[in-house]
Design a protein around this ligand. Structure first.
Ligand code: TRP
Ligand code: SF4
Length: 332
């Protein structure tokens, strides 16, 4: 049995990109691994430190979406990063041994910095904390001495740094205490946003787990199709249908996809009808998840209790690791 840790920033309600790209993988992994999943609220602060009014609600919304998607608190431990102060202490030790140019070279961080610089917002400065993003992530992972980290592609560069930090720690303090964590990539299909860009709340091109069926159906009607097709009986090209057909390939059954392809190519299927049908299929797939979501929304105390218990359990594990780390370094 492997120990698995992963987290997501508290960005509020989650969309299908999160679900298909990451959470679905977690749901599978919890069956035969010791899983810890946490909301990274400190990481959210690296860019949103001056806009914290929704922070608490964002954390709760993320956890509700996880529970709705099938993360089972009897199988997995769910916690909130800032409830584990041990992580902050480990972050200090790791920040001492991490060369500055390792974080400066982190490509994901460079992208984040670029986005920040293009904003006119008051916080276009890159803070010391943001530079420490991959070190704090390493503290999250090493806090539980994890074997593997299931994440999306975009996080792999960070985890490479974690592996370097693990090796450096073991080297400096002459130990083999920390394991080198492996990234676990999801084999699931990548889902783009309704406009063909990366699915993201900030591009307003997403489908949220928490949206109603009506909203989902309506938003799917805006999905990009084959741009060369102007009339209903024009011959279509599913391979040039930038978004709608891709969604069909993710959500449809094999024979449905074949039918769509055939009818589209022969000009027997209008895009509006096609997307109406697609909307119904996406909603069908999300039905059970949305029902579970409603349950947890109505039982919010249960959600808080899950977080509390998970955080207590995680702290106990973290304290064991921290005691060892303090000894290895030689702290008072
Ligand atoms: N950086 C991750 C994200 O943006 C969240 C995260 C923080 C994380 N610490 C982690 C993921 C540790 C895996 C392991 O979603
Ligand atoms: Fe895409 Fe369907 Fe329109 Fe064909 S009919 S172009 S698959 S939306």
């Amino acid at each position: 049995m492997q120990r698995i840790v992963s987290g997501m920033r508290s960005t509020g309600r989650l969309h299908l990109g999160h679900y298909l790209g990451v959470i679905q993988n977690w749901v599978k992994l919890q069956e035969n691994n010791e899983c810890f999943f946490f909301v990274a609220d400190w990481h959210a602060l690296t860019t949103k430190y001056d806009n914290t009014k929704d922070l608490r609600q964002d954390v709760v919304d993320v956890v509700i979406d996880w529970l709705a998607a099938g993360i089972d608190p009897k199988k997995s431990t769910i916690y909130v990063q800032s409830m584990i102060p041990e992580i902050a202490e480990l972050n200090i030790y790791l920040s001492m041994i991490t060369p500055q140019n390792w974080v400066e070279r982190d490509p994901t961080l460079k992208d984040m910095a670029k986005i920040l610089r293009t904003k006119e917002a008051s916080n276009s400065q890159i803070s010391y904390g943001l530079m420490g993003y991959p070190v704090l992530m390493s503290a999250d992972i090493m806090m539980l001495n994890s074997d593997a980290i299931p994440v999306g592609m975009d996080q792999v560069a960070h985890i490479e740094i974690t592996r370097d930090i693990v090796r450096r720690f073991n080297n400096i303090y002459k130990t083999d205490f920390f394991k080198e964590p492996k990234p676990l990539l999801n084999e699931c299909a990548y889902i783009c946003g309704l406009d063909g860009n990366k699915m993201s709340k900030s591009y307003d091109n997403d489908i949220k787990i928490s949206d109603t069926e009506e909203v989902t159906a309506k938003r799917i009607m805006s999905a990009i199709t084959d741009r060369s097709r102007l009339r209903r009986d024009d011959l279509g090209h599913p391979d040039q249908c930038e978004v709608a057909f891709k969604y069909w390939e993710i959500f449809g059954e094999k024979d449905q996809i074949e039918t769509v392809k055939c009818e589209c190519e022969k000009g027997l299927r209008g895009c509006a009808d096609c997307k109406r049908q697609l909307g119904a299929i996406v909603n069908e797939r999300l039905r059970e998840i949305r029902e579970r979501r409603k349950y947890y929304e109505a039982h919010i105390d249960e959600v808080h209790q899950i977080i509390r218990e998970g955080s207590e359990k995680t702290r106990k594990e973290a304290q064991k690791v921290l005691t060892e780390v303090r000894n290895l370094i030689g702290m008072y």
